[in-house]
Unconditional design. Structure first.
Length: 395
């Protein structure tokens, strides 16, 4: 590894992260579009048959959602830990604006969904679906706008989405856990304790952590807690420093090496594969009445309307009260545009929908319809507003 790369500044790491997430978001859009085409073509039957074929005790779809997505959650956990300790969330002054905006962007959409679904007990299980923001998709849209959006807003959106992911992880752990197996849960706790001890003892060999991480994943899968949360648990134990390192920003640290190694696999394979496997919804037999059901209406209202109100409203309160400042070179119209992009729920929304309603059935079909419609609407209106809000070039 070159010396200049090993001493890479956290801001450069964030720039690389934004670039990779943006490119990954564009690939994700293509995968989602392809899944819709396949699901509404003569290939629909083999597409769904392959996804539900069992291999090694789990369906292909479960291996993607419970297995590969654990690596996505591992990466999310690494990003949260790094940002909290040395990045854009390292101090309260840096956390307050995206933190308050993210909180509003989770609470208001959930409340709006509840209003639409309150008469349907089954539909109410999906209350957390519109809380999520898809960081890859949203940053991919910003990448299309290029220099029309100031860098400070891209950082704001990235940090807000990371906090949003943390909120989604907590919600999944608390509200979407099946019946617990306390034996498996105790085993998972023991493995997690060993991982924490290894960290405290200065062990930095990633192979040891990853091997125990596989055992942790299997035990969490058997415990009733969603298996992907094992990725977050493992991430919190990965060391952020090397033996004798003078700075936590050393790129040779296990956390930095693992994060860097996972980025491309997650951005360009795992997330697009998840999108291709989960976004496919057949429009056969659908009508306007389908869209007017509580689940799709609640999701569209939550993601498209609720995210705007929650993110922009809470950001305004934080700035008006003097607790935070508007991002550098950003206008309120641009903030509104970014708040709209937060309504692109996609990956995490579909993931929570699967936890709420299962992989099949009419409610999951309605969930896919609502998430796709709300995400597309948020992206299109957000792009239009951000293009209109861009400062005009002077001659």
């Amino acid at each position: 590894m070159p010396a200049e790369h090993a001493s890479q500044h956290p801001l450069q790491s964030l720039r690389d992260f934004l670039h990779e997430e943006s490119a990954g978001g564009i690939v994700l859009m293509a995968a989602a579009a392809l899944s819709l085409i396949v699901a509404n073509s003569p290939l629909a039957a083999p597409y769904f048959e392959v996804l539900h074929r069992h291999v090694g005790g789990l369906s292909v779809l479960h291996w993607i959602n419970d297995g590969l997505m654990a690596l996505f959650f591992l990466l999310v956990g690494l990003e949260i830990k790094r940002e909290m300790l040395e990045g854009q969330l390292a101090s309260w002054s840096q956390r307050i604006l995206p933190g308050i905006a993210a909180l509003g962007g989770m609470i208001v959409p959930a409340l709006l969904y509840f209003l639409f679904a309150r008469g349907d007990v089954a539909a109410l299980r999906g209350w957390a679906i519109p809380m999520a923001t898809d960081i890859a998709f949203a940053l991919g849209v910003l990448a299309v706008l290029g220099s029309r959006v100031p860098p400070s807003l891209k950082v704001f959106l990235a940090v807000l989405a990371i906090i949003d992911d943390l909120g989604a992880i907590i919600v999944i752990a608390l509200f979407y856990t099946e019946q617990l197996s306390f034996v498996a849960l105790a085993g998972a706790g023991a493995v997690l304790a060993v991982l924490a001890i290894l960290n405290r003892c200065g062990v930095t060999r990633l192979s040891i952590y990853l091997t125990l991480g596989v055992v942790l994943w299997w035990l969490v899968l058997k415990s009733g807690i969603h298996a992907t949360l094992a990725g977050v648990m493992l991430a919190l134990t990965i060391p952020l420093r090397t033996n004798g390192a003078a700075s936590r920003t050393d790129a040779a640290a296990p956390l930095h090496r693992l994060e860097h190694g996972l980025h491309h696999w997650v951005a360009f394979l795992i997330i697009p594969l998840f999108g291709f496997a989960n976004a496919g919804v057949s429009f056969a037999g659908m009508s306007v009445q389908t869209v007017l059901q509580p689940v799709p209406l609640g999701i569209i209202a939550g993601l498209f309307v609720g995210k705007q109100l929650g993110v922009l409203g809470c950001a305004w309160l934080a700035i008006a009260s003097g607790r935070a400042q508007l991002p550098v070179q950003a206008s309120w119209r641009q903030m509104h545009g970014v708040a709209l992009l937060c309504g692109i729920g996609f990956t995490m929304s579909l993931f929570i929908g699967g936890l709420a309603f299962g992989d099949g059935g009419e409610l999951m079909r309605e969930t896919k319809l609502g998430v796709l419609a709300a995400s597309l609407l948020s992206a299109v209106v957000g792009i239009v507003l951000l293009r209109a809000a861009a400062p005009r070039a002077t001659t």
